[in-house]
Write a protein that binds this ligand. Structure first.
Ligand SMILES: C[S@@+](CC[C@H](N)C(=O)[O-])C[C@H]1O[C@@H](n2cnc3c(N)ncnc32)[C@H](O)[C@@H]1O
Length: 304
């Protein structure tokens, strides 16, 4: 959503911006081009994305500094750089097209690959470890909570049965198992029966919702008055969370209604700029079908 990002972030000449999800560095480059003499701090938890961003952003020299960190750790990076505050921050959540299309990363059930799904390949547990070791109740919770999968218990039970004979190690083995566990013709016909299970495992393996919770608070802490945070979500769980957190940060008094005067002195930290989530234009959806599910929300940090 390049036009929408520029519209809501409003990068200014000489400003300091943080892209917490560099990916292919398309948005990072856009910000650097739009704002003369701006500085861009770029983060990604995926070392491969970072290596690619280093090449793409090399022409901008000293204006760019790139770090292998999660966006929840943005304050550590700013402290190391001695940067006091940001004019804007972008979080373009989820996996990149490059990650999805690289079969061996294990994000897609369309191609056979090891069941990995870690965005940061240097740390953490893989999806295979979760699928082969978690209790049936835990698997069912993951599929229900993060995938809104109505057959979560049935799929979890089937996984436990199958893995007693053979460990489930590949994307296609898991996808076939899910297809066999779900009653035919009962799920939404449009999507593969394994779609929700794969989404759920990815969210769990990467702690994605915790990252959003911590990342949004960190971002608001780090913005200068007038600075903006723009978040793009790709599924409803994430978008609901972002919307809820923005609302909470935008409220003033939180005293119980029975009190005649305010005693909490709570002040809104942000103003919500996008009353409704902003969606990709028809043209963009046509040229990039994955943008169909993208929703953008933005806030501006209130004065001191
Ligand atoms: C949708 S892509 C970003 C695309 C990017 N805006 C562009 O223009 O190409 C998401 C990227 O964010 C990274 N990512 C996801 N969650 C992250 C987190 N919590 N901290 C740091 N990077 C994260 C992923 O590894 C992936 O490279």
């Amino acid at each position: 959503m390049p036009d929408e990002v520029l519209h809501w972030l409003q990068p200014r000449a000489g400003g300091v911006y943080l892209d917490g999800t560099l990916g292919g560095a398309g948005h990072a480059r856009l910000i650097l081009e739009a704002a003369a003499e701006s500085r861009l701090i770029g983060l990604d938890r995926d070392p491969a994305a970072l290596a690619n961003a280093k090449e793409v952003l090399a022409p901008y020299g000293e204006r760019v500094s790139l770090h292998h960190r999660t966006f929840a750790e943005a304050s550590i990076v700013l402290a190391q750089l001695g940067v006091a505050g940001l004019d804007g921050m972008l979080l373009d959540l989820g996996v990149s097209s490059h990650q999805l299309d690289t079969a061996e990363r294990g994000f897609s059930f369309m191609k056979e690959a090891p069941l990995d799904m870690r965005m940061d390949t240097t740390t953490g547990i893989t999806a295979a470890e979760v699928v082969n070791t978690a209790e049936a109740d835990e698997l069912a919770r993951i599929f229900f909570e993060y995938g809104e999968e109505r057959f979560s218990r049935r799929i979890a039970r089937r996984i436990v049965e199958v893995r007693q004979a053979t460990p489930i190690l590949t994307t296609t083995a898991l996808a076939d198992l899910v297809r066999g566990a779900v009653p035919r013709g009962r799920g939404p016909a449009r999507i593969h029966p394994a779609t929700r299970v794969f989404q759920a495992l990815r969210i769990h393996v990467n702690g994605e919702l915790d990252q959003v919770r911590q990342g949004v608070v960190a971002a608001i802490d780090l913005l200068k008055p007038g600075g903006r945070l723009v978040v793009i979500s790709f599924h409803s769980l994430e978008d609901r969370l972002v919307k809820h957190m923005f609302r909470q940060e935008a409220v003033g008094c939180i005293c119980p209604p029975r009190l005649p005067v305010c005693v909490c002195n709570h002040r809104p930290r942000v103003q919500v700029l996008t009353r409704k989530g902003v969606r990709a234009s028809e043209e963009e959806v046509e040229s990039n079908p994955r943008s169909r599910s993208a929703v953008l929300r933005a806030v501006e940090r209130c004065g001191p």
